[in-house]
Ligand binder design. Structure first.
Ligand SMILES: Nc1ncnc2c1ncn2[C@@H]1O[C@H](COP(=O)(O)OP(=O)(O)OP(=O)(O)O)[C@@H](O)[C@H]1O
Ligand SMILES: [Mg+2]
Length: 482
């Protein structure tokens, strides 16, 4: 058994063999007692017999218990919360576990392999300004240094651009006035594991599903009639030999179909074209209707889509932007291109709320979550409060339980400080006991309660270097006075 801890006195013959822990690590003058002292700490001023006070029971330790050497696993059981159990989690350094004072590291894939969690997904919940993004940035950039890939499909404040630069990744900016375009119907990098036929079929299906999602969203959840499905299939089929297919081409096909088509299909196609018209000549034009001018760089350690320029555009445009970037990343990391990748969902509740016109997006998300383990993706959802998920549909509705199910699928839940009024609801959903609820009540900025899998809990203070703080902080201008 690997011996990592010592309690009690070490017999003189053994103490000579004990490793020294720097100057001053064995400080008893008689040499028979051995105590650990970190070299950088000043030596204790307390006399060996204790302070000289009345009734202080001042006496040297006369008993000489035999030294016990034991594994850190056993020590963890004997001294819970004081000693780590030994099977500490590995991964990128995050900070200090304030329950055990041990360094805390975490990697979703390592934790999964160690059977500490059953999914790779992570929920980070806390009110504004408590350090959620700081944690996501420091953790992900350190994981990137360990070889994991990171993607941020929607960065509404443009705060990840500097992080991408810091780790040697790439970022693109989309929105009005930006040169980068992402084609909503882009087939993405070819998956070499597909035969030509299968790949064409896969691309066709993807385009069909995407156009349907766009139309549903523009119709605010309105359903498709059977004849409309037919009209769309015919239009997409006619374009299948084109190497690049755009929404503009689909619109043109639907608006001006083949003369030989039955009248009712022509009519249904025109109805779809009217809905899509907003994308090609209405208020949404120019964002996602042309060919892509950028490609997803699968080799970059971090890929960020800065969507801050979309602030102020219509909610539909924002929802379509999310769809475009999420699909873009999803298609680039499937099949033979898949690798362990963190996907950071900043403002996840807004994303889900936006997606739920019709429940379509949320269904996609839940579906994605189910296959995430096989794709090797670790989704990180940043949320302000658990109650945000309550806003998705009425209580007991299918939509609502889907939203809560998404949270339940996250086996790593990190709770940052929350408003007192929200603690009971969080407690109900996240299953805190009294001590844990009390702990969350007293959290400071940068501190979080980590619930890992079924039975591990840690209170972790996220520690960043000054240089990292300079790159990651979002309130650099906050205190500036001129
Ligand atoms: N671990 C930390 N160490 C030092 N400072 C921190 C830490 N965490 C957060 N801060 C400070 O708090 C500020 C806000 O943090 P952050 O942007 O991560 O908040 P947030 O929870 O993401 O807020 P929002 O919900 O508004 O996005 C940071 O800019 C930084 O100055
Ligand atoms: Mg943030």
């Amino acid at each position: 058994m690997k011996q990592t801890g010592v309690i009690g006195r070490v017999p003189a013959d053994q103490s000579r063999r004990m490793p020294k822990h720097g100057a001053g690590s064995t400080s008893e003058s008689d040499g028979s007692s051995w105590k650990l002292q970190a070299p950088e700490l000043p030596p204790s001023k307390m006399p060996a017999w204790g302070w000289k006070h009345q009734h202080n029971l001042r006496a040297p330790l006369r008993v000489t218990p035999p030294a016990h050497r034991t594994s850190s696993k056993v020590l963890g059981g004997a001294y819970p919360f004081l000693a780590e159990t030994g099977d500490i989690l590995t991964g990128a350094y995050i900070g200090e576990n304030q329950l055990s004072r041990a360094p805390f590291c975490f990697d979703p894939w390592d934790a999964y392999s160690a059977e500490a969690v059953r999914s790779h997904s992570v929920a980070i919940i806390g009110v504004k300004g408590t350090g959620k993004s700081m944690l996501a940035k420091s953790w992900s950039s350190r994981l990137a240094r360990l070889g994991r890939k990171i993607a941020v499909p929607h960065d509404p404040n443009g705060e990840w651009v500097k992080v991408a630069e810091y780790v040697g990744g790439t970022s693109i900016s989309v929105g009005p006035g930006k040169a980068a375009r992402i084609n909503l119907l882009d087939e993405g990098p070819r998956d070499p594991s597909f035969s030509n036929e299968d790949w064409n079929q896969n691309v066709l299906q993807y385009r069909r599903a995407t156009v349907k999602t766009i139309i549903r969203r523009l119709r605010e959840g309105g359903n498709f009639e059977p004849v409309e499905h037919t009209a769309l299939d015919i239009a997409l089929d006619a374009l299948r030999d084109n190497s690049v297919v755009t929404i503009t081409q689909v619109y043109a096909r639907l608006a001006d179909p083949d003369a030989k088509l039955p009248a009712e299909v022509t009519e249904a196609g025109r109805r779809l074209a009217h809905t899509l018209r907003r994308m090609v000549s209405g208020d949404l034009t120019g964002f996602f209707d042309g060919p892509s001018t950028v490609a997803f760089d699968t080799s970059a350690p971090m890929m960020v889509v800065d969507t801050s320029a979309l602030k102020g555009v219509s909610p539909e445009a924002q929802a379509l932007a999310r769809l475009a970037t999420a699909n873009w990343i999803r298609r680039a990391s499937r099949g033979a291109n898949r690798e362990a990748r963190v996907i950071v969902h900043e403002e996840a509740a807004v994303e889900l709320l936006n997606d739920v016109t019709g429940g379509d997006g949320l269904a996609d998300r839940v579906e994605d979550e189910k296959v995430a383990r096989h794709l090797g993706t670790s989704n990180w959802y940043l949320l302000h409060r658990v109650a945000d998920l309550d806003a998705l549909g009425d209580r007991n509705s299918a939509l609502h339980s889907r939203a809560l199910g998404l949270l339940a699928d996250c086996e790593t839940r990190i709770s940052y400080a929350q408003h007192t009024g929200e603690i009971p609801r969080s407690r109900e959903i996240l299953g805190w006991n009294d001590t844990q609820a009390d702990l969350v009540r007293k959290l400071h900025k940068g501190e979080g309660l980590w619930q890992i899998g079924q039975d591990r809990v840690a209170k972790v203070r996220n520690i960043c270097t000054d240089h990292e703080l300079g790159v990651f902080r979002t309130d650099a201008l906050g205190g500036a006075r001129h």
